[in-house]
Design a protein around this ligand. Structure first.
Ligand SMILES: Nc1ncnc2c1ncn2[C@@H]1O[C@H](COP(=O)(O)OP(=O)(O)OP(=O)(O)O)[C@@H](O)[C@H]1O
Length: 288
């Protein structure tokens, strides 16, 4: 069982002056049970790819199969296959709309036609999972919560659907370090304990190294590499080309290059990378 993305091309605003090829012949297979990270610079096509995985977008060329079913066909099997994917958008809290937390989380399960008892059970479980006390929060308006709590409500709404494949588009964007660590732990638990297949967009190489067993790197709509994290990180050129080093490290490397020098960086963490650059320059007798 897997998600198969075959030769997918997506062009926004085709045949207009704003035409943009967001995905260019992308193929990858995401195996059930895996934890896949999708990395790449801003505008490289990550969100577009995520929206193809749950059928929100239709490929201009190519196809997406989930567990062997073409999800872009208009039939019952394709509808069911699309439902096995839960997509958490970037800044999902912007999509909350119901008047209470419990109604918002119940929205998806209700659409699935589940019984009232089952819906209540799922809302409770999902709230417990994201550590929001059911009794305390169920009747609150989502809009009186903090940003981090709103994000948790939005994620609970998808978890309550119990998707087989959970797609998260930069789930920790804009969260403070504590909330971020907490959320990543939860996602890890969904993978290890609940056996969900996770596909997560992330810019953070340290998070990717800790969590993912496969990494796909996108660059200008193309899939550059799709492999185990150590194999991907060992490919320094792809990491550099895809803009995946910390901005400060990229800027320093550019300045060094402008002075006619070249330095290799073999670590991803910012502080270690900066130390490595300084050591390398000092070894060459350059005072810095
Ligand atoms: N609805 C749209 N209409 C036109 N162009 C779009 C649309 N959505 C995205 N694009 C363009 O397609 C390209 C890929 O965008 P996408 O959002 O998939 O990239 P991304 O890697 O997710 O970026 P980010 O990291 O900033 O979220 C970008 O050049 C973007 O400007």
């Amino acid at each position: 069982m897997s998600i198969e993305i075959r030769n997918v091309t997506h062009i926004y605003m085709e045949k207009t002056p704003y035409e943009k090829m967001a995905l260019d012949d992308v193929s990858l297979t995401i195996e059930e049970g895996s934890f896949t990270a999708i990395a790449g610079h801003t505008g490289s096509g990550k969100s577009t790819l995520m929206q193809h995985i749950n059928g929100l977008l239709t490929p201009d060329k190519g196809m997406v199969h989930i567990d062997g079913i073409d999800i872009n066909k208009k039939n019952k099997a394709s509808f069911t296959a699309r439902r096995s994917v839960g997509l958490v958008f970037q800044y999902p809290e912007q999509q909350l709309f119901e008047e209470t937390v419990s109604k918002d989380i119940a929205f998806g399960p209700k659409n699935f036609g589940l019984s009232e008892d089952e819906i209540k059970e799922r809302v409770k479980d999902a709230m417990e999972f994201v550590e929001l006390d059911y009794e305390e929060y169920k009747d609150k308006s989502p809009f009186e919560l903090s940003g981090g709590q709103m994000r948790r409500v939005a994620i609970a709404g998808i978890i309550a659907l119990k998707p087989k494949y959970l797609v998260l588009d930069e789930p920790t964007a804009g969260l403070d370090p504590q909330l971020k660590a907490n959320l990543l732990n939860k996602i890890k638990k969904l993978h290890s304990k609940e056996k969900m297949t996770i596909i997560m967009v992330s810019h953070n190489m340290d998070d990717i190294a800790k969590l993912a067993d496969k990494v796909a790197v996108m660059n200008h709509g193309k899939l550059m590499i799709y492999d185990k994290p150590d194999k991907v990180f060992a490919n320094r050129q792809i990491i550099k080309d895809a803009g995946l080093l910390e901005p400060e490290v990229m800027q320093l490397l550019q300045k060094i290059k402008d002075k006619g020098l070249d330095v290799n960086v073999n670590v991803l963490n910012k502080n270690d990378a900066l130390k490595e650059i300084l050591t390398s320059l000092r070894k060459r007798g350059i005072k810095c």
